[in-house]
Write a protein that binds this ligand. Structure first.
Ligand code: FES
Length: 160
């Protein structure tokens, strides 16, 4: 059982009329507040919009911006589309894996970083590219990774 305060889910729901067309917006707001979609919140959405739980789960797993697992405080998205792949995006991913000790699709133990790979961020001209939260980095070199991550606070393997 999740021991969490879901009063904010109630506030999010009350912000919208109980109409199914607001479903995605509601889920996005929940994701934004909690950094993931807690399972208990899906039951509250089901009751509010009268939507089958199965539909909510399929939406929460279909949209990459939504997650049923808690995401890190900072979400790192490394592009592994064709242009970035040719420019060695995999080496960038490997460097992040090494520095943070996580693999794509997971989150550091301290909940600080999540690592994801994506297909084409629309900036192939400056590949390889990555985005951390809303900040964009182009022409990323493996040697830049440690400094970039350090901007977001102490690194996982630097803790005393
Ligand atoms: S393939 Fe990476 S930005 Fe287009």
């Amino acid at each position: 059982m999740e021991l969490q305060d879901f009063s904010h889910v109630r506030a999010i729901l009350e912000h919208y009329p109980p109409e199914r067309r607001f479903l995605l917006a509601i889920l996005q707001d929940i994701q934004k507040h909690y950094n993931y979609i807690p399972r208990a919140s899906l039951e509250m959405v089901r009751d509010y919009l009268d939507v089958p739980l199965s539909k909510l789960y399929s939406m929460a797993t279909f949209y990459k911006a939504l997650s049923l697992k808690p995401k890190g405080k900072h979400v790192i998205k490394v592009c592994d589309g064709t242009a970035c792949h040719i420019k060695s995006s995999q080496v960038i991913i490997d460097e992040i894996k090494k520095v943070l000790n996580i693999v794509p699709g997971t989150t550091t133990g301290d909940g600080k970083f999540s690592l994801e790979t994506v297909n084409c961020l629309g900036s192939c001209a400056v590949s390889p590219v990555m985005v951390i939260d809303d900040r964009f980095y182009g022409r990323v070199a493996p040697s830049m990774v440690r400094d970039i991550l350090a901007e977001y606070g102490r690194l996982e393997n630097e803790r005393a």
